[in-house]
Design a protein around this ligand. Sequence first.
Ligand SMILES: [Zn+2]
Length: 391
Amino acid sequence: MINPNLIINTKNWNHLTTLSKNRKWPHAILFHGPLGTGKEGHALELAALLNCNASENKKSCGTCPSCKKTRSFQHENLKLVLPLPRGKIKTSDDPITKAFVEPVLKEYLEMLKHKQVDPYYSTHITGANTILINSIREIKHDVALSTINNEWRVVIIFQAEKLCVPSPEAAHALLKILEEPPDKTMFILVSSKPNAILDTIHSRCQSIYFPPISPEIIQDILLETESDSVQAMIVARISGGNIRLAHELNQNTKDLMEKLYLFLNACFSNNPDIWNRCIETISRLKTKDVNQMEQLFSCVGLFFRDLLYYSATGVDNEIVFRNQMGKINKLTNTYLQADWHACIQHIENTQNYISRNGYLPLQLICMFMDMQQSLRGEIYEFFNLKDWISS
Ligand SMILES: [Zn+2]
């Protein structure tokens, strides 16, 4: 393998290598599935395997000259296409090199450097919203020539849905190439939004789905560099199977835990001042980064799931917030009549309303009031932020 940090999807990889054994390579493949599941990394691994001089056990050797060149994006038969800003491009006849003005080129090379080490690294370039037709025209020109050394030519298209937005110009140009596929050339399209890709392109590609990575695998990956197993478990659960997001969350857990503390305080309180503080924080989060808001809601939901689980079973082996057992124990013993399941429903419903642009302060106030009803009990003494963070 050219990248040992890639978690191979065994099912997909076996399928691909069976095609290789039967010499039935399709001309075009679409790798699709959620973000952070290794689609781009698998595309590069496949490119390496196709031209590896010493592949073993259905995997590229990682050390032959071809593998080394593929890994460093310097293989003469590997073409990479991705969305770029226009730069100095004026017409569709301009060479794609005109898109690479100084800051773009710098960011692009930096991205390739990271991608060599981290197969999950984002390939997004600032200001790039579309795959320029100039990129596809260059590919058309390249594939008309015979390949160097009779090797496989591999064209990898990252964020392939951007072929079709804002206009399908580049998609139509690509379709023309796919309709008369050149010999010994493979197109690998990669997309986390396959619905945005034209049906006519879909029908020319063999489609391969990459599912979210399991929380257990993500937890193991995090534990290679992170010693806190509870933190690794929480992050693995809220990352939704996205390894890239898990690494980002892992850098920011302190901040996330502080916001979680504030949110929980508001859930267990009937004090409007505390509700307001929580509303302000979540409003800011929604404006700044809606994904972070979603992660916070997921975190609160997980905490209430722990309360539901512990109140029903009294055992802690499935508890995510194992470092908060003292609080979980006390809360479940204080609110003996609480309907924890209803609390989880309130959180999920509120998250849905807000995601669909419901009026945030009102939705949250309704949620806090519903919570009070479903808790059916005393007001809990407030959390202590210091305990919460350090424990
Ligand atoms: Zn090799």
